[in-house]
Design a binder for this molecule. Structure first.
Ligand SMILES: Nc1ncnc2c1ncn2[C@@H]1O[C@H](COP(=O)(O)OP(=O)(O)O)[C@@H](O)[C@H]1O
Ligand SMILES: [Mg+2]
Length: 264
């Protein structure tokens, strides 16, 4: 049995914890000999309905943590739990409960916007008319009414990312994970999409984890901003009150910046 196969609960985790890293460590073998430690002593839990932004410099282990949540590999030691499951060993149990918005839209170029959104629903076994109806509803909510039959190459980068978000919500997952999802968009498009995305996550009562290297993005997305520092561990956490004045926001910005940069 894998080392982290024990379900969460019991000891420290509160009942509404949906994501937990407990002393998670991940080492990768390297050609040079010494393994690369991407995560070390990562402790982090996310409660149901929270929107957590993870921010940190390039190479600090954000994507590695993300990939552990997706069950792409096991931690070298420690434990990772998602919705009470070990995402690596119980990959099947989490199908449909987690959805991801990647940095690139990952749309199938030969499928229209609505066919792309409907794809995951096809895997869930929904009939054609039902899945197209759900797809159209979500494209409408993302402001893409009238573009349902467009192919990805006929859409702007922002629109393609909107299709990716529609595809994610159409699955009706409990948890939405984003890794640098808006970092390839221009600033204004990203800003608009961030706001809409956060509102959707809240309105739908989802739990969200948003990974970014941008302090501004973390501040505008997270109820809580978790600062990672290499090798992948939590250097600091900040709960961000809603409706901050710009001076207070500036103080959080500064504290996050210091936490990201300070030597461990
Ligand atoms: N598959 C891998 N094989 C070897 N090293 C890796 C692999 N994935 C990530 N790393 C290393 O782990 C560290 C953390 O990487 P990553 O999680 O991608 O950071 P971030 O997403 O914060 O930029 C880096 O030093 C990176 O080179
Ligand atoms: Mg990354």
């Amino acid at each position: 049995m894998p080392q982290n196969a024990t379900p969460a609960g019991g000891d420290a985790a509160p009942a509404d914890t949906v994501i937990a890293f407990e002393g998670a460590e991940k080492r990768f073998p390297s050609k040079e000999g010494a393994p690369v430690t991407a995560l070390k002593g990562l402790d982090l839990s996310v409660a149901s309905g929270e929107m957590v932004a993870i921010v940190g410099q390039t190479g600090c282990g954000k994507s590695t943590a993300f990939n552990l949540l997706l069950g792409l590999y096991e931690p070298t030691s420690g434990r990772v739990t998602v919705a009470g499951c070990n995402p690596y060993a119980q990959f099947q149990d989490l199908k449909g409960r987690i959805a991801v918005v990647f940095q690139d839209d990952r749309l199938l170029p030969w499928r229209t916007a609505e066919q792309n959104v409907a794809l995951g629903l096809e895997y869930q076994g929904l009939g054609k008319s039902e899945r197209l109806e759900i797809a159209r509803t979500w494209l409408g909510r993302l402001g893409l009414e009238g573009r349902e039959s467009a192919y990805p190459h006929q859409l702007s980068g922002g629109m393609r990312q909107r299709v990716g978000i529609a595809r994610c919500f159409a699955l009706n997952p409990d948890i939405i994970l984003c890794d640098e999802s808006f970092s390839r968009l221009d600033e204004l498009t990203a800003e608009r999409l961030r706001g809409e995305f956060v509102n959707l996550v809240k309105d739908e009562g989802k739990t969200g984890v948003f990974i970014t290297h941008s302090i501004e993005e973390a501040l505008s997305i997270g109820d809580r901003v978790v600062v990672f520092r290499a090798p992948g561990h939590v250097a600091a956490e900040f709960t961000i009150p809603a409706g901050l004045e710009s001076a207070e926001l500036g103080s959080y910005r500064q504290r996050i910046r210091e936490a990201m940069a300070t030597a461990p």
